[in-house]
Design a protein around this ligand. Structure first.
Ligand code: LLP
Length: 426
């Protein structure tokens, strides 16, 4: 998303001015760039021969996005029975579904075991026991991977760090003796096929991930020597994006993916098994934007509030993690003064803030603001709190604008041609 001719223009390989769409849709909406997502998936796949991507669908489960990744040949990482059923419904075969999460219920495990999914990432000894009991009852032999807690500091927001010994996720090596005993008594009820780790999300510094992989590989080899059919090493997700920075073309994400690939090549040199990863944010985060309309301006002695028709119910990240998302006017007016605003939503909570103390060009009722980099953990964490409807979702690919059902809405962009002579060519 970059400014062209003073218009905030969405997309990467092809651009269109968001104002053209916003002017006709007064309700808040998300828009996603499917070509950008494809490009990221391809770039990631190219970093390591044989790397298997399992898209973490919790980042964004829009059907069109899931189908896009499916058509790129990725598998899928799920964390609930709901996500498993959703993945099946859009066409992911069971053999390409991974099931992660610390709290898998009996019903969810029955579903996964019954389907014979690719791998269940096991997070505790009790979970392993439950899987064994269910496998026997169902007469199935599920493939399991142990989620290791490598005890590294991922240096990310405390709410999204997961690989530290204080976190609820994964299993530190003190669990190994107990896990070995359980496996020994399980006979051939389950197959231990690999290890998995995920140390946290929005990693800026990748060094802790490299550490984690190096700490975990010896466990892989020792379990292999003990006779388990170990073949998969799942490095999780976590690769961060640059929320603070303006977008560039080519996108900076591609450089981050390259850096990540170099890390994997280094840390897994000589590893002969299958390398899996579970990225979410890096594939979709910067390819999505939320657009809201200014309902009211409200000046108090302390603050200038911009009150939008979108807020924490559509994008929770700023309220929950004090996450920064750039907030951008759809049309630049260089003649306007710069003012300091708190950009807030309509929800009855003081935490309903999308951006605090933002320097923006003066803005007026009825104009629109874009909240950048909202493709990951935006819509998927949206709620019906206060009973506002969920935002609409639009998709942009190969110069076609469409809705969630694939209906072509490109005609809406005809008005774009009248906007400051905007040129839609790439
Ligand atoms: N694998 C596992 C086991 C995970 O728990 C997660 C994310 C991923 C993969 C994907 O991580 P990613 O590549 O997207 O960083 N709501 C938070 C992020 C929570 C991440 C939860 N787990 C946010 O908005 O920043």
């Amino acid at each position: 998303m970059i400014y062209r001719n003073g218009l905030l223009s969405f997309g990467e390989d092809h651009l269109f001015p968001l104002q053209a769409l916003a002017a006709q849709k007064s309700d808040p909406f998300y828009i996603y760039d499917l070509s950008g997502m494809r490009q990221r998936a391809r770039a990631l796949k190219a970093t390591l021969p044989g790397l298997e991507i399992h898209y973490a669908m919790k980042a964004n489960g829009a059907n069109r996005i899931l189908r896009t990744f499916r058509s790129e040949g990725t598998g899928i990482d799920t964390v609930s029975g709901g996500e498993i059923r959703h993945a099946l419904a859009v066409g992911f075969p069971p053999g390409e579904i991974i099931f992660s999460g610390v709290g898998k219920t009996r019903t969810e495990l029955e579903l996964a075991i019954g389907l014979g999914i690719k791998q269940i990432n096991v997070e505790s000894p009790q979970e392993l026991q439950r899987i064994i009991a269910l496998a026997r009852a169902l007469g199935k032999k599920p493939r399991c991977a142990f989620r290791v807690n490598p005890d590294v500091d991922a240096k990310t927001h405390p709410y999204i760090t997961t690989g530290f010994r204080e976190n609820k996720f994964g299993m530190g090596d003190h669990f190994l003796p107990e896990l070995r005993l359980i496996l020994a008594s399980a006979g051939d009820a389950v197959e231990l096929v690999g290890l998995t780790l995920h140390i946290g999300s929005q990693l800026q510094d990748l060094a802790p991930l490299e550490d984690a992989i190096r700490k975990t590989l010896p466990i892989f080899y020792s379990l292999q020597e003990e006779g388990h059919p170990m073949r998969t090493f799942d490095v999780g997700g976590g690769l961060g994006i640059r929320y603070q920075e303006e977008h560039t073309l080519p996108p900076r994400d591609l450089a981050l993916i390259e850096e990540y690939g170099a890390l994997l090549r280094r840390a897994l040199k000589g590893f002969a098994g299958q390398v899996l990863c579970e990225p979410g944010r890096i594939l979709v985060g910067s390819c999505g934007t939320l657009v809201g309309e200014v309902q009211y301006l409200k000046e108090t002695p302390d603050r200038n509030f911009v009150i939008l028709n979108t807020g924490m119910h559509h994008l929770l990240r700023p309220a929950l993690y004090q996450a920064h998302h750039r907030i951008l006017p759809l049309v630049l007016h260089p003649d306007r003064q710069i003012k300091r605003y708190d950009v807030v939503g309509p929800i009855c909570e003081s935490s309903d803030v999308l951006g605090k103390e933002r320097e923006l060009q003066e803005i007026f009722q009825g104009e629109f603001l874009a909240i950048a980099d909202a493709g990951a953990y935006g819509y998927s964490m949206a709620t019906l709190y206060n009973e506002h409807p969920l935002p609409k979702e639009f998709f942009w690919e190969e110069q076609v604008l469409s809705d969630e059902n694939g209906a072509d809405l490109s005609a809406l962009l005809d008005s774009a041609r009248k906007l400051r002579d905007f040129d839609l060519s790439p």
